[in-house]
Write a protein that binds this ligand. Structure first.
Ligand code: ADP
Ligand code: MG
Length: 435
């Protein structure tokens, strides 16, 4: 498990090394978070929590724990942990863009411009201070446009601001480049300066962004699953470009929306993606919406491919990413960021239920119990989106379809009849202790 030289260790609940494919009746887990994941782990039959330095088979750790401990841990074959060692290659704002730019260049070289253009889903971005001069050139080429500054390693809107004048950056350069903690140190905090999407798609005059969950169980070969449910987070205040300092309007800090003066608790500020998909279909027709969701799938696959060779693949690791996607008025989806630790804290009962089911299904796929064959295309609310290549829907007749119109096995915002599916999938185990 987690510590050195533990081979052959027989755990407190009688865990012993088993042959591949055989289930285990006790999983010792460690959990570094105190939210929905704790509840899911506690409810899982046969799983027992261990504390401190005790041996574990499964670890839902935070990224801080990973940084401090991963390199010193010896892990047995069966052990699983919820992050890849260098997850930050995709989840830090500057590195994500660096990897995407490199990937796009390589595609252009190898497959041509048209193929490379399929990576044009992230707003123009520069890392500061290192790319300051490149940024200034670009800034001057687009007079009057709005930009957004974001610290690369912070989250929940902290340190974010919008600007239209270079002067605003000058002020920031003088006294804003350092965070509170860094004021006395020499290291300058890195930011990204990014083109602000000025024309977001609005519903009832409000801006929103999407949170979508993607589970990666292997980078080599790439194996990725897309969850059917997710949500749209709405701004509590009508959108306008006249005030660029208002975080309620621009949705730069989703956590504070509830404290906005015109927040309506009746309406809340979240929609299920299913509701959004229905709304858009009623308004624009199913063909347009199919194209939109296909473009969103493209974002997941390309972004994962952009780091495929960079992420240290490790069979012990999996990662549940939270994607932030923004739609503009032309229904073009933009990738805003990818989170390695998407919030698992619930804001309402509905939100809790979604996260609970999402995490349960994640554990079904990680399959510590050894119940799956490895050939599944669907597990609960997850559909296998990429398995070393595109995954085709089960109900599609390949002979009548050209490969160019391959129907992807993705169902974001579609019905999530997961209980029924899980019942069938896990039927052979219904005699055993299980969820
Ligand atoms: N380029 C952009 N254009 C428009 N809105 C943006 C842009 N970047 C961020 N935002 C808004 O700000 C929010 C926070 O930005 P994000 O990059 O996700 O940082 P954080 O780590 O603080 O969540 C996003 O959810 C989105 O609503
Ligand atoms: Mg975010």
């Amino acid at each position: 498990m987690s510590k050195s030289k533990t081979s052959g260790y027989k755990g407190p609940c009688g865990y012993q090394k088993r042959k591949e494919g055989e289930g285990r009746n006790c999983v010792r887990y460690k959990c570094g978070l105190t939210n929905t994941i704790q509840d899911v782990l506690r409810h899982r039959p046969g799983w027992v929590e261990v504390k401190d330095d005790a041996e574990w088979d499964f670890n839902w750790c935070d990224v801080g724990w990973l940084r401090e401990n991963f390199d010193h841990s010896y892990m047995e074959e069966h052990v699983r942990i919820c992050h890849f060692r260098n997850h930050y290659e995709l989840t830090r704002k500057n590195l994500m863009v660096k990897n995407l730019k490199r990937h796009r260049k390589a595609l252009e070289r190898e497959a041509g411009r048209l193929e490379a253009a399929k990576c044009d889903f992230f707003p123009r971005t520069f890392e500061l201070p290192s790319e300051y001069h490149l940024f200034v050139e670009e800034f001057k080429r687009n007079p009057g446009s709005t930009w957004i500054m974001k610290p690369v390693a912070r989250s929940q809107g902290k340190g974010i601001f919008l600007f239209r004048k270079l002067k605003d950056i000058m002020d920031w350069k003088k006294d804003g480049t350092r965070s509170e903690e860094q004021r006395d140190e020499t290291q300058v905090e890195s930011y990204v300066a990014q083109r602000y999407i000025e024309n977001p798609y609005l519903i009832n005059g409000r801006k929103f962004d999407l949170r979508v969950y993607v589970l990666v169980t292997s980078y080599n070969p790439l194996k990725a699953w897309l969850y059917r449910d997710g949500f749209a987070r709405f701004s509590s205040t009508r959108y306008s470009l006249s005030s660029i300092d208002d975080q309620y309007i621009h949705l730069t800090n989703v956590a504070v929306q509830k404290t906005a003066p015109d927040y309506d608790p009746e309406k809340g500020c979240k929609w299920q993606i299913r509701q959004l998909r229905r709304y858009l279909t009623a308004k624009h027709g199913s063909e347009t919406v199919e194209t939109l969701f296909k473009d969103i799938d493209n974002i997941f696959v390309r972004s994962l491919q952009s780091v495929q060779k960079v992420i240290i693949n490790d069979k012990h690791c999996f990662e549940l990413y939270g994607y932030d996607i923004l739609l503009d008025q032309d229904l073009k989806p933009w990738l805003i960021e990818v989170n390695a630790s998407p919030s698992l804290t619930a804001s309402s009962q509905e939100d809790y239920d979604l996260k609970f089911r999402l995490l349960e299904d994640t554990l079904h796929i990680v399959d510590m119990e050894g119940r799956l064959t490895g050939k599944e295309k669907r597990v609960g609310g997850f559909d296998l989106m990429w398995n070393d290549g595109p995954v085709c829907r089960e109900d599609v007749n390949l002979e009548t379809l050209g490969s160019s119109s391959l129907k992807a096995n993705t169902h974001l915002g579609c019905v999530n009849d997961r209980e029924k599916q899980l019942c069938q999938l896990l039927k052979p185990f219904s005699g055993q202790k299980k969820t």
